[in-house]
Design a protein around this ligand. Structure first.
Ligand code: ADP
Length: 415
């Protein structure tokens, strides 16, 4: 099947076309045949990059008003005679659509066929993710218009993998009625990524699911860590929203809730203004005062910038703190896995995080850490390490494509 995998943000549309099917999963014979990104949707100078694998990408700038126009742009490109996508000779060759959906609340614990009833339930979850869910739903609505009604659309939720967390892990210590009334609880995010790297680890090490005890660490612009015990997520460091937990590019991660009230009293604005500070002006950007991008911060730190050096130390300190927490919750772990833009590429962050964790049997091999190559899975711990360290590149789109096939074919889901 050719699956159109779609990830819609508030002003962006990212897609891949992946050729996959049940018989291809086992040998990893699925193939990504096209990909692209449209940004600045809603502006006169929206930017697009469309690439058929094996051909030069098509890039440009034009006015794109909404998500529907963006997907029509992709359709026209797929239909164009100049576009040569392996196995796809036009829009008619796309067999299904897989959507990345951010917040499934407690309503969705696995991937589902999108029906009017599902859309209604997702709208109910929008309250929990006002930035993400409405944008995701725009993608669904646009596809319903642009694809024939016979083309199934499947929703894959970021929160679903964490639906196995026990209540002692997901409840907040505020009056219980708020959980009952408003569903205030930890949901966890990046589930598709955590699920993918756990699956890949399991395949690499031939570990059965029920014996998979690992900590998966997704470090990117947004960062989160998952404790996976006996194959299931028992904890994720993001909470009811993606602002909790690790220090991120621009998000604060954990802070004392009292700070919010204090900032209000200090005249930093109304609640939305203060939340904007915690979401967009904090984290690595807020501490370093330079950038939210780890590469810029490391460069400044190497040039002697004290606040950049401090940001790097704080970042590693927080990740270490959560590794310790997950370790204790799980009663030990067989491996920690780094993934995401920073986890996969940043030698220095991995080294700073692992430094001092020898007491937990986590012993980094600095040479191997240096050798880890972009896009490759690699073990980077010393042989004597009782808890191994891995770098495993994530692939959320592949999970979405495979889940789409499973849902469409009513096949059992492995994880
Ligand atoms: P997102 O969370 O938006 O999916 P990614 O997982 O793609 O983000 O991570 C993007 C971040 O990864 C960048 O902002 C940058 O901080 C970091 N990054 C990417 N490449 C490198 C690199 N070679 N070295 C250090 N950091 C990197």
């Amino acid at each position: 099947m050719n699956v159109f995998v779609l990830n819609t943000g508030s002003s962006s549309v990212k897609f891949q076309i992946i050729t996959t099917d049940l018989d291809l999963f086992e040998n990893d014979a699925d193939e990504m045949v096209a990909k692209g990104l449209i940004e600045r949707i809603g502006k006169e100078d929206a930017i697009f990059t469309l690439e058929a694998i094996g051909s030069e990408p098509v890039r440009g700038t034009e006015s794109i008003h909404d998500h529907r126009e963006a997907i029509l742009k992709i359709k026209n490109w797929v239909e164009s005679k100049e576009t040569k996508i392996k196995g796809v000779n036009g829009w008619k060759d796309i067999n299904a659509v897989g959507h990345r959906l951010v917040h499934g609340g407690e309503k969705f614990t696995r991937s589902v066929l999108i029906t009017p009833e599902v859309i209604e339930k997702m709208e109910e979850c929008s309250d929990l993710a006002p930035l993400h869910n409405p944008a995701n739903l725009k993608g669904v609505a646009a596809c319903s218009e642009i694809f024939p009604s016979t083309i199934p659309q499947v929703g894959v939720f970021d929160t679903a993998f964490h639906s196995t967390m026990p209540e002692e892990s997901y409840l907040y210590s505020i009056p219980y009625e708020f959980y009952e009334k408003y569903r205030i609880r930890r949901y966890g995010f990046h589930g598709t990524s955590h699920r993918y790297v756990a699956y890949r680890y399991r395949k690499l090490t031939q570990t059965p699911r029920e014996k998979t005890n690992i900590i998966t660490i997704h470090l990117g612009n947004g960062s989160s860590m998952t404790a996976i015990k006996n194959g299931y997520s028992i904890f994720n460091s993001m909470g009811m929203t993606p602002v909790e937990g690790l220090i991120m590019g621009t998000r604060s991660g954990d802070i004392d809730a009292g700070i919010i009230e204090y900032l209000y009293r200090k005249g930093m604005g109304e609640l939305p203004d203060i939340m904007n500070i915690l979401q967009k002006k904090s984290g690595m950007l807020g501490i370093s005062g330079i950038s939210n991008d780890m590469r810029d911060i490391e460069k400044a730190a190497a040039d002697g910038n004290k606040r950049a050096q401090l940001a790097l130390k704080m970042f590693a300190f927080r990740v270490k703190k959560y590794i310790g927490a997950c370790f204790a919750q799980m009663g030990g772990t067989d491996a920690i896995i780094f993934t995401g833009g920073i986890g996969e590429n940043d030698v220095l962050s991995r080294e700073m995080i692992c430094e001092g964790l020898e007491c937990l049997g986590i012993i980094l091999d600095k040479n191997l850490n240096n050798q880890a190559q972009k896009g490759k899975c690699m073990r980077i711990s010393k042989e004597e390490s009782s808890c191994h360290i891995w770098v495993i590149p994530t692939n959320e789109e592949l999970v979405i494509a495979r889940d789409t096939v499973r849902v469409v074919k009513d096949a059992p889901r492995e994880w």
